[in-house]
Design a binder for this molecule. Sequence first.
Ligand code: NAP
Length: 430
Amino acid sequence: MRHVAIVGSGPAGYYTAETLQKSADVAVDVIDRLPVPYGLIRTGVAPDHQSIKAVSRRYEGVALTDNVRFVGHVSVGSDVGIDELVDLYDAVILATGAPNDRPLDIPGAALPGVIGSAAFVGWYNGHPDFADLDPPLDAPGVAVIGNGNVALDVARILAKTAQEFAGSDIVAHARDALSTSAVRHIHILGRRGPHQIAMTPKELGELAHLERASPRVDPTDLPPEGDDAMLEPGMRKSVSHLRGFAANPVAKPVTIDFDFFAMPVAIEGDGRVQRVIVERTALDADLTSRGTGETYAIDVGLVIACIGYQTPPIPGVPYEHGRGRFANDDGRILPGLYCVGWARRGPSGTIGTNKPDGARVAEMVLDDMGGGTGKAGRAGLDALLASRGVTPVTFRDWRRIEEAEVRAALGGNPREKFVTIDAMLGAIGR
Ligand code: NAP
């Protein structure tokens, strides 16, 4: 038998396992620090995007194959060391994603009320690390920094009514807080222009169909329409949505303003955020932004930085600080140690991007492993964890947790998630 450990049970982890499990002589352990699987599918993908979350059924199929095992509630770094895993398995693949926010490096960024998208998204999605976030929703203005799909998710969630969450799995604490929110003016701040957004058409188009909120674009920010011809088709479609928002402003109680050429340079407030200072930008020939010196202030009670993510470093594992990912050569980190998904390439692409990525890294690992070297694999891990008093959560356990979440769902919703590790473990009698 050849033994592979995958650290992280999100899309990258399970797509990699999917290819590996096709070799009958490979035993795969998918290890996760949470008692629940699926990573970003559970805690990153927006709760009102259930069709994207449905891919977890595919991962479940992989998890239920004979040679794949879920080892939940085991922290690599504290319960077991990475060096120990490398000793025990023929290959260790880090599929740890990029769960940390890239820091917003401007004065005032540490003020209460300034948060990163990992925290905010984790809060409304019930990630145990962020269940207590309690974001301030008591002021009309919110600044959402960044022009990617996460900024769109965040703006949409802030703008929706309670009724618009029907059929979603937004967690109760977020549903309740948002239903009494005072937020009325959401400013999406992009430091570059409409042709430089990283937003996809479907997600942009959704903004036109919100019950009480409408998107607004200043027509003077848009480049001449003829310039759209040079864009690739997806971007052209996205920009056409922006043109539609500019041409057809709709009056609704909540506004979502696209502030282009708008670079936040400072955040100010007395004990908490009260305003963000924005500098107007212009684009250089290489399409990077440069400040023009002209500034303005926007009154806000909450700033959410959606400016990208990074992979947390692991002591002893080479790391590329500038890019926030493990230093790797196409997935190879060190002999026997690999990475895949966002931990390999940085936080880009959609869930589906991880499928070919996982397959490629899995094929490479299979090649590198050859016939295996008779390592202890899962029996060795079990013995080590038992000696430390660590009892992993199995996939069967997870299904009991899942059943309890489904039972607790409000009418029409798919589930009501447990938001603490204690509650998850409580559902399986621990
Ligand atoms: P992203 O697509 O990389 O966008 C990050 C945005 O932040 C960019 O507009 C960037 O502007 C801006 N930014 C970076 N540093 C900044 C700074 N210091 N000040 C101001 N702005 C700054 O990242 P993301 O939105 O976090 O998304 C991550 C990945 O997940 C993407 O591939 C995304 O498509 C994917 N995703 C997909 C979906 C979906 O398919 N529904 C949903 C969510 C996320 P510049 O361009 O100027 O650098």
